[in-house]
Design a binder for this molecule. Structure first.
Ligand SMILES: O=C(O)C1=C[C@@H](OP(=O)(O)O)[C@@H](O)[C@H](O)C1
Ligand SMILES: C=C(OP(=O)(O)O)C(=O)O
Length: 422
């Protein structure tokens, strides 16, 4: 699908889409519980749909209603010997240890960019928990056979927090007096979100400094009623759109959320945007924008919207944390450099540092999403202040996290033309 976004002013009110990070965790917890859980404001992005499909294959019954989803479960009781996590990094890294709670052999698969993302962690760690595993040299498909036995273990958290999220969720089902110790954990707020979600579903973990995670007496996930929060990582694009091209009011964003990407507010403030945050509504308006510095090591998904923001800020913006981007849906440091380069914005990559030379004028161009949802959305936002339309190829990539994105952009004034067959 090809989408053309034309330069336009932004003005309007919109409600943030549901967070796929929260939704996927909730589906996993509902699967691990006994009884009927209700998920309100459910996400229907591809990653969320993949999580629902995995939950069904591992034993849950999913009943979709107009405003909510019911998930009934009796814990892990696989109905199939293969699960498919779609393109979701969180999905595969969370559901692999969960599937390993079963004693039967299971193949874990996925498609698209997920087939090239590293899973070596599991080969190092799962055998220590009595799980047999083979892979295609650290990549999909994974063949596992449990049952996973929670034990004291030390792991490396530097590549991704998602592996720890998976272990925490799986341990929650039957761990007793064991501790996970983590070295060099990145993306810590995502672990705070995991612990918050687990606690909502009745499993509490004692953590210290995000280094040790202790499970005391045996606990059990309880079926719960859960409302999915608005997604800061998707809303970041709308907020930046307003900051560079007009104004907007975005609803259903919790400023007290555990989501790491609410840090977009700090970056917008540093860039000089005019912000009026309420408890669940953010009002934002364009003001004199200036280059800024921001450390995105623990919120790597903010790089694409930050680059769209920086492209509009006069001067050189410095963003730290580039090393966190290599293994996402694309190698995002490089894809941002390439695609923004086509729009006339020079980006330098110096080790862990990204320098964006902004305020030089954004040019109309044909760009590629590299099948990466956040690259497509960043280019769409950059188009708002370009000198001519920007054509985005493989624009359907947004469906991974935010299928409503182009509609939402239009709701607040964006000019978006979709060529379905292109
Ligand atoms: O746990 C999660 O929901 C996520 C964790 C982050 O990954 P890393 O821990 O690999 O940074 C983030 O990039 C991803 O989009 C979602
Ligand atoms: C990297 C992302 O997700 P995941 O790792 O879950 O595929 C993302 O949403 O940008």
């Amino acid at each position: 699908m090809q989408v053309t976004v034309s330069p336009a002013g932004i003005s309007g009110t919109v409600t943030a889409n549901p967070s796929k990070s929260a939704m996927q965790r909730a589906v996993a917890a509902a699967l691990l519980a006994n009884g009927k859980s209700i998920i309100r404001n459910p996400g229907l992005s591809n990653d969320c749909l993949a999580a629902l499909d995995v939950a069904e294959k591992l034993g849950a019954t999913v009943n979709r209603k107009p405003e909510l989803i019911e998930i009934s479960s009796n814990g892990i009781q696989p109905r199939f010997d293969e699960i498919n996590c779609g393109e979701s990094g969180l999905g595969i890294r969370m559901f692999t240890p969960i599937a390993a709670l079963a004693s039967q052999p299971i193949t874990i698969n996925g498609h698209g960019s997920l087939t090239t993302r590293p899973m070596n962690f599991f080969e190092e760690v799962l055998p220590q928990l009595d799980v047999k595993i083979t892979s295609r040299e650290g990549k999909l498909p994974l063949h596992i056979q449990g049952p996973l036995q929670p034990k004291d273990i030390t792991i490396d958290g530097s590549l991704s927090s998602q592996f720890l999220t998976g272990l925490l969720m799986a341990y929650g089902a039957n761990a007793e007096e064991v501790t996970i110790t983590v070295q060099d954990l990145k993306s810590k707020p995502y672990i705070a979100l995991t612990l918050q979600l687990m606690s909502h579903f009745g499993v509490n973990v004692q953590q210290q400094n995000f280094e040790t995670f202790h499970f005391g007496k045996k606990q059990q996930y309880q079926a719960k009623d859960y409302t999915v929060e608005g997604d800061w990582s998707g809303a970041a694009f709308l907020l930046v759109a307003a900051a560079v091209a007009g104004k907007a009011e975005v609803h259903h964003l919790n400023t007290e959320s555990a989501q790491s990407d609410k840090a977009i507010l700090d970056a917008l403030r540093s860039a000089g945007a005019y912000l009026m945050p309420g408890m669940f509504t953010i009002n934002i308006e364009k003001d004199g924008l200036k280059a800024f510095e921001f450390d995105a090591t623990d919120c790597p998904d903010l790089f694409p919207p930050l680059v769209a923001l920086a492209a509009n800020c006069k001067g050189t913006t410095k963003i730290l944390g580039v090393s966190r981007l290599a293994h996402k849906e694309s190698d995002r440091g490089i894809t941002l450099q390439q695609e923004f380069g086509k729009m006339g914005i020079v980006i330098e990559l110096n080790g862990d540092e990204m320098l964006v030379h902004g305020g030089t004028g954004i040019k109309g161009a044909t760009v590629s999403s590299h099948n990466d949802h956040r690259i497509a959305m960043a280019c769409a936002v950059a188009a708002l202040t370009a000198d001519a339309p920007v054509v985005i190829e493989n624009a359907e990539a947004i469906n991974k996290s935010y299928p409503e994105f182009y509609d939402h952009l239009q709701t607040i004034g964006g000019k978006v033309d979709v060529a379905v067959n292109a």
